[in-house]
Design a protein around this ligand. Structure first.
Ligand code: ADP
Length: 454
């Protein structure tokens, strides 16, 4: 087992990894930027090193600084969390060359999954259903036109190296394709170091459903069930739940078996998330694989009882999957997560500043993952996620009422947060009925505007 792990991240996920290390009796090293000197991950870790100025590219994304910190502190392994360097194959490669275990899948798998067009092709070869579209990057507008004609409009152009919901263009008719093709290529080149784009069928109002997978180093992979993440704003998830209100036990079992077989064939090791879109008929189509821990992992932890971050560490250290998961996993009860962002709950504009008062709710079924506290200054340089509120209940109704109770008791003063937004969504009739898709929030905003909600 590892003696000491460096956490190449900040915020709630850095604290989450420290929690797992403490539970395993492993020493921890935090790295931090000048803006994060007083942050909780620094306080909780056994050792901490400043790795640079506030801007991510000068600190959390600075590979030589992170590797030097790991060498100075003599760690055995690095946990990358999510975001920053988590899916950077180059970073995983440097770790390997430096003799430091990267806690995640191997370099080749990260590289494969980082190219969404290649990942689609590989997933299809492994027996997963994908949306019709191009399997190689598009080389010309004419080629895009012939694919679009074959599969029928609307189609969506996506950056092969894309992420974070950026670099996508929906094309509704042939006349728009030329212009949107160039726009998508341009945006891809600017944002993701590669101008490669591909095309797939666009589904109107899909549900976003993803499956958690875990694999060991001996070729065994299991899928632990699904999360539904259709409550999105600009393709960014805001509320997630497990299980999905639209997946029955039979579908779950079939999908988990299929995914276990597919990712065994791919040779996937460690934690990953296979993302799917569900169309009107209930059919699921693979869109991408995230080769890391996800923000919304706690809802799966709640309904499976499996500590996913601890599992990542154990699997990276060479533990067999059989020591973590035994038999088929059935979800126990229901869990919901609300992402609490430091932002205006109406305009969604990020809100940096000092937290003047804070109270975190508790009570049965409530978990809060956060790294902020009263007196902390929320810096403007990073993602606006400041806390995750997770409610678990014996069924969806209990999980919902626990979440409503916790939201009403959570206090964060001095900055604006998305708490009031979550309270409004949780009171919405369609949401309560589980009647929603990825366009829910657009309809919700229109309804609120019409009703004069400010
Ligand atoms: P990213 O890697 O940037 O997160 P994804 O491929 O995971 O991008 O897609 C993010 C979101 O965009 C999905 O959850 C869905 O809401 C929307 N989306 C992506 N592909 C399609 C599609 N083919 N049809 C309809 N919506 C899509």
């Amino acid at each position: 087992m590892f003696r000491k792990i460096l956490i190449a991240n900040r915020g709630e996920i850095a604290v989450r990894v420290i929690v797992a290390c403490k539970d395993l009796g492993i020493r921890t090293v935090a790295v931090y930027s000048e803006a994060d000197r007083d942050s909780l991950h620094v306080r909780y870790a056994d050792e901490a090193l400043c790795i640079g100025p506030p801007r991510s590219k000068d600190s959390y994304l600075n590979i030589p600084s992170v590797i030097s910190a790991a060498e100075i502190t003599d760690v055995d392994a690095i946990h990358p969390g999510y975001g920053f360097l988590a899916e950077d194959a180059g970073f995983a490669d440097v770790c390997r060359e430096s003799g430091i275990k990267f806690i995640g899948p191997d370099v080749d798998t990260i590289r494969l999954m980082g190219d969404k067009a290649a990942a689609r092709k590989r997933a299809r070869a492994a027996g997963l259903p994908i949306l019709p579209g191009s399997e190689e990057p598009l080389t010309s507008v004419e080629e895009a036109q012939s694919f679009a004609k074959e599969i029928g409009y609307p189609v969506i152009l996506k950056a092969a190296g894309g992420g974070g919901g950026r670099g996508m263009r929906v094309v509704r008719e042939p006349g728009q394709l030329g212009e949107l093709f160039h726009q998508a290529r341009h945006e891809a080149a600017l944002s993701f170091h590669s101008s490669a784009i591909y095309l797939e069928k666009y589904i109107e109002g899909p549900r976003h459903i993803e499956f958690q997978i875990l694999g060991d180093q001996y070729g065994k992979v299991v899928a632990l069930g699904e999360r539904e993440c259709s409550i999105q704003r600009r393709h960014q998830k805001l509320i997630e739940e497990a299980p999905s209100p639209r997946i029955d036990a039979e579908t779950r079992e079939r999908m988990c078996d299929k995914l276990g077989a597919a990712f065994t064939e791919i040779g996937y090791a460690n934690a990953g998330t296979a993302e799917f879109l569900m169309d009107d008929s209930g059919a699921l189509h693979f869109i991408e694989l995230n080769a890391r821990i996800q923000v919304e992992h706690p809802i799966t932890e709640a309904v499976t009882g499996i500590d996913l971050v601890k599992s990542q560490i154990l699997l990276a250290a060479g533990e067999p999957l059989s020591s973590i998961v035994s038999g088929r996993i059935e979800p126990q009860g229901h869990a919901i997560e609300c992402r609490i962002n430091a932002e205006n709950p109406k305009t969604f504009v990020p809100s940096a500043g000092r937290i003047t008062a804070m109270h975190v709710p508790g009570g049965p079924g409530i978990r809060v993952d956060t790294a902020v506290y009263s007196g902390w200054f929320v810096p403007p340089y990073y993602d606006s996620l400041i806390a995750k509120l997770i409610a678990h209940g014996r069924d969806r109704t209990e999980a919902l009422s626990r979440m409503q109770r916790a939201l009403s008791m959570m206090v964060i003063e001095g900055i604006s947060t998305s708490i009031p937004f979550h309270e409004r969504v949780l009171a919405d009739e369609d949401f309560v009925l589980g009647n929603y898709d990825t366009h829910f929030l657009e309809r919700f905003a229109k309804r609120e505007a019409a009703a004069g909600v400010r």
